[in-house]
Design a protein around this ligand. Structure first.
Ligand SMILES: [Zn+2]
Length: 423
């Protein structure tokens, strides 16, 4: 049995196993939510209305059903690119026009990204203008949607283009250890993005105003000082331009470090509840969750680049996925695209571990918030946020283990009560 054949087999098995597990989880979630739709769970009977509970159930079901369709479509597209010869045909067509070299490689990456983006478009449109719209969340106009799309394209060309060129150049010129250099570049870009994004990119999409409510500002500043957090600013973002979903986050480091509240959040929460949400964010900061996540990203991407360095030199890596490697000219762009297509099939099986880590971080941040502001306000704030975002109170427990980066409301409130912070 040839290596190429074995690789095709491994790919097919990973694809089918992943699809099977995802389909099974999605149908579990759909059944579980539908079964609990009729009644508000006992723990929430005094705080959540039946109408809100059922809206959350319907919203969850609508998203899960689209998710099933998207999953099947994604698998078909993956097969189209690989075993059915799509990537091979695209590569040959570009070789015919441009000949081998850097230009052809960049064109291959660009056209792959463009075609992938176009194929995703119907789902993103349906998600925003049908699903979100139906549940009253969408605030996006067509003009804004088109402007976002255009800005995204400009950023992809201005930022993605030079990075792609640099990585391809390193792959061709830096010898067998190119992947160490490429990894260093990639990490540098990620760190730089943490400063550049809040200062220059995010303001291109949203307006950020300094928090003006003096009373709230004084409270929030006092809380931050108590927690030893020095941010360069408190900002309110006009999240309501696009969606009724509410959120808060902190971002950046050094001079770019800032706390951002969505205007949708401020309009819904009392001052004490805003404090509690901020204390939760500060809990992430106190426990160094961001730094730990970056360290994890460093480690994972080192493994990824090393693996790419290894695989890109094996002919079976290409032929097993339906692509003939170029005989004259570099194969680096082909290797990159194939790698990006195939890696999610295998990392999917690690995703429960990452979700577990993320949920653990949320519990830690909650505990910190309770220690700073008590549990009453955090509890009320969480209930409002879960309700406003129509997050179901009754997700399937196994589905949660696989996918949820944030624990469901029932688990967070139970954990707070157990920690002695009974309401
Ligand atoms: Zn959090």
């Amino acid at each position: 049995m040839s290596a190429s054949y074995l690789w095709t087999l491994a790919f097919a098995v990973a694809l089918l196993a992943g699809l099977g597990v995802k389909f099974w989880l999605a149908t579990r979630q759909i059944r579980h939510v539908a079964r609990h739709r009729a009644e508000v769970p006992a723990d929430f009977s005094g705080t959540v209305s039946l109408a809100a509970h059922q809206k959350a159930a319907d919203y969850t079901l609508a998203k899960a059903r689209v998710g099933l369709l998207e999953m099947a479509f994604g698998a078909a597209v993956l097969l189209g690119w690989t075993l059915l010869g799509g990537l091979h045909a695209l590569n040959q067509a570009l070789l015919g026009v441009l000949g081998p070299g850097m230009g052809q490689q960049l064109a291959l990456l660009a056209s792959f990204a463009l075609i992938g983006g176009l194929l995703d478009l119907p789902f993103s449109l349906y998600g925003t203008f049908v699903v979100e719209e139906r549940f009253g969340f969408n605030k996006m106009t067509w003009t804004l949607w088109l402007a976002d799309l255009a800005k995204g394209l400009v950023l992809a060309v201005l930022i993605g283009g030079p990075i792609a060129w640099l990585v391809l150049w390193l792959m061709g010129a830096a010898g067998p250890m190119w992947w160490v250099w490429a990894w260093a570049v990639w990490m540098g870009v990620n760190l730089l993005a943490m400063v550049v994004y809040p200062l220059f990119i995010a303001p291109w999409f949203n307006k950020f105003k300094p928090l003006e409510d003096e009373a709230l500002k004084a409270r929030v500043t006092a809380l931050m000082q108590r927690c030893g957090f020095r941010a360069k600013g408190l900002f309110v973002m006009d999240g309501s331009r696009r969606s009724a979903h509410a959120n808060a986050y902190f971002t950046g480091f050094g001079a770019a470090k800032r706390v951002v509240f969505f205007d949708t959040l401020l309009s819904r929460l009392s001052a004490g509840e805003v404090d509690a949400v901020l204390a939760h964010e500060l809990g992430h900061f106190r426990h160094k969750h961001l730094v730990k996540m970056i360290a994890l990203l460093f480690a994972f991407s080192a493994i990824g680049f090393w693996l790419l360095g290894l695989l890109s030199r094996q002919p079976w890596f290409y032929t097993g996925l339906g692509v003939a490697p170029n005989l004259e000219g570099p194969n680096d762009a082909l290797a990159l695209v194939l790698f990006l297509l195939v890696v999610p099939l295998f990392t999917f099986f690690v995703s429960p571990l990452l979700a577990l880590l993320s949920r653990r971080n949320e519990f830690q941040a909650d505990a910190f918030a309770v220690s700073q502001t008590g549990s009453h306000d955090l509890r009320n704030a969480l209930l409002k946020l879960y309700e406003d975002n129509a997050s179901t109170l009754t997700p399937d427990p196994l589905y949660v283990r696989f996918y949820y980066s944030h624990p469901p409301a029932s688990e967070r409130l139970a954990r707070m009560a157990a920690a002695g912070g009974a309401p």
